[in-house]
Design a protein around this ligand. Structure first.
Ligand code: UDX
Length: 448
């Protein structure tokens, strides 16, 4: 209600006159564009992929994100949101340009920033009036400086521009909520004009705004994601000790989390973090720190622990079953976390690889990511089941690799009857151990 009032108020105000262009219709770009449109601004979303743009115009979204379709549909129909492949035109018509293109990892861990350079070049060539160019994608520190240098280098006139950093902290599956209800908004700027525009744009969101310089804003993003990954690897390392000491990691995490200095979030032990952000961002931070002259060995260890967790999970099953060759194993959950079909850098991919190397026969099931999984596992000897019950039939072990709600509601009595050997390997510590053991299952958890 309050937010609606705020939006109404804002629509009446001058702020709505800012015209925004968002470059890149990926997860970050599309959510950013749709949410700014929802806040009352006129937004043009650009993507070089013409097919994607024409699908978006038919309201077909390239990925699933809760709540996003509704925002896109509403704002597109009300003409606050438009889609185009024409970047030059979109640059010319905008005052604020958010760059949300991909920065995929190079083989050496550095980020591929060629798309950013191209956009900076095109901004320079199409600088028909003042523009604020804002980095939204996760980029290595000092990228803002490079964008500025590039625009200055190719600019044919003296029209003013600013570069700013405004890192996103959106989680997949909660991205719309995270945009509209942020914990904080970080703004890295070099001029009062840029600061004012960005503060204006976000005014109705009522979140604390941290204003700083561009390099600091870029580091805030690196440090936040790396710290969260560190928290996960820390608790996973403690889980290893819990296994050895016969202690319970869930209780350890619960008690630790009650200390407000620690906090309860991101203390869930299991098969480690995956997804398109943490592995890539950690790698990029390691790379850039080294390039600047600092060996961030702590992060190297965070990464090593994360990789080891997946091997450790398979070792646990092997310890119990002795021989994995020809054992039939069901994998329930493939996406890197629940409520998404995203399988990029999912922990399940490594675990599947290790089990296949051991010669196991795998049957996979995921509520959303079957299509993605089929693409990524093309040529691998795996089968897909239509539901969890079909997956576990005659299996020697069932692995839980993503904590989908639907798995918590499974009929475990039925599952036990269907399996050849009632073994549960719970990679996400999501099941009630006492309950499944009372049904006669052997339960392997991660640190409990
Ligand atoms: C993350 C950050 O949370 C977000 O702020 C940033 O902008 C993008 O990267 P996302 O990748 O969508 O978001 O997923 P997140 O919910 O953070 O989970 C990342 C991974 O960590 C998942 O594989 C998840 O299963 C794992 N995880 C998370 C744990 O293993 N334990 C935890 O306690 C929390």
């Amino acid at each position: 209600m309050e937010r609606r009032k705020a939006i109404k108020k804002q629509r009446k105000g001058i702020k709505k006159s800012y015209r925004i262009t968002v470059v890149g219709c990926g997860h970050v770009g599309l959510v950013t564009g749709a949410c700014f449109a929802e806040l009352g601004y006129k937004v043009c979303c650009v993507d070089k992929d013409k097919k994607k743009v024409s699908s978006l115009k038919k309201l077909i979204l390239p990925f699933y994100e809760p709540g996003l379709f509704e925002l896109v549909e509403k704002n597109y129909k009300e003409r606050r949101l438009e889609f185009t492949p024409d970047l030059k035109k979109a640059i010319k018509s905008a005052q604020v340009i958010f760059i949300a293109v991909g920065t995929p990892p190079n083989p050496d861990g550095s980020a591929d920033l060629s798309s950013l350079e191209r956009i900076a070049y095109l901004v320079a060539k199409n600088l028909n009036s003042y523009k604020l160019v804002v980095e939204k994608s996760t980029v290595p520190v000092q990228t803002g400086e490079k964008i500025k240098e590039t625009i200055l280098r190719y600019r044919k006139n003296n029209r003013p521009f600013d570069v700013a950093s405004n890192p996103e902290f959106l989680r997949e599956g909660k991205a719309v909520h995270d945009f509209l209800h942020p914990d904080r908004i970080v703004i890295g700027v070099e001029s009062e004009r840029a600061e004012k525009i960005l503060k204006d744009l976000y005014r109705s969101l009522k979140a604390p705004i941290v204003v700083t310089d561009i390099n600091t804003a870029e580091i805030i993003k690196h440090a936040s994601n790396s710290f969260l990954a560190t928290k996960i690897s820390f608790i996973n390392a403690v889980a290893r000790v819990c296994d050895l000491a016969k202690a319970n990691i869930d209780k350890v995490a619960e008690a630790m989390g009650l200390d407000p200095r620690i906090g309860k979030e991101f203390l869930k032990a299991g098969i480690g973090y995956g997804g398109f952000c943490f592995p890539k961002d950690l790698e990029a931070f390691l790379y850039i720190s080294k390039k600047l002259g600092y060996e961030f060995t702590l992060l190297r260890e965070v990464k090593r622990i994360n990789e080891e967790q997946k091997k450790y999970f398979v070792e646990k099953i092997k310890d119990y079953l002795w021989i994995l060759k020809d054992k039939k194993i069901a994998i329930l959950g493939l996406s890197f976390k629940p409520d998404t079909d995203d399988m990029r850098f999912a922990s399940s991919l490594d675990i599947i690889e290790y089990l296949l190397k051991e010669g196991s026969r795998l049957v996979l099931y995921d509520p959303q990511s079957k299509k993605e999984a089929k693409k990524l596992l093309k040529g691998k000897k795996v089968k897909f089941a239509k539901d969890p019950y079909q997956a576990v039939r005659d299996c020697d072990c069932v692995c839980f690799l993503t904590e989908w709600d639907e798995f918590k509601r499974l009929n475990f009595k039925r599952i036990k009857k269907l399996m050849r050997m009632p073994l549960i390997a719970d990679g996400r510590n999501m099941l009630d151990r006492a309950y499944v053991e009372s049904l006669g299952f052997k339960y392997l958890g991660m640190g409990k």
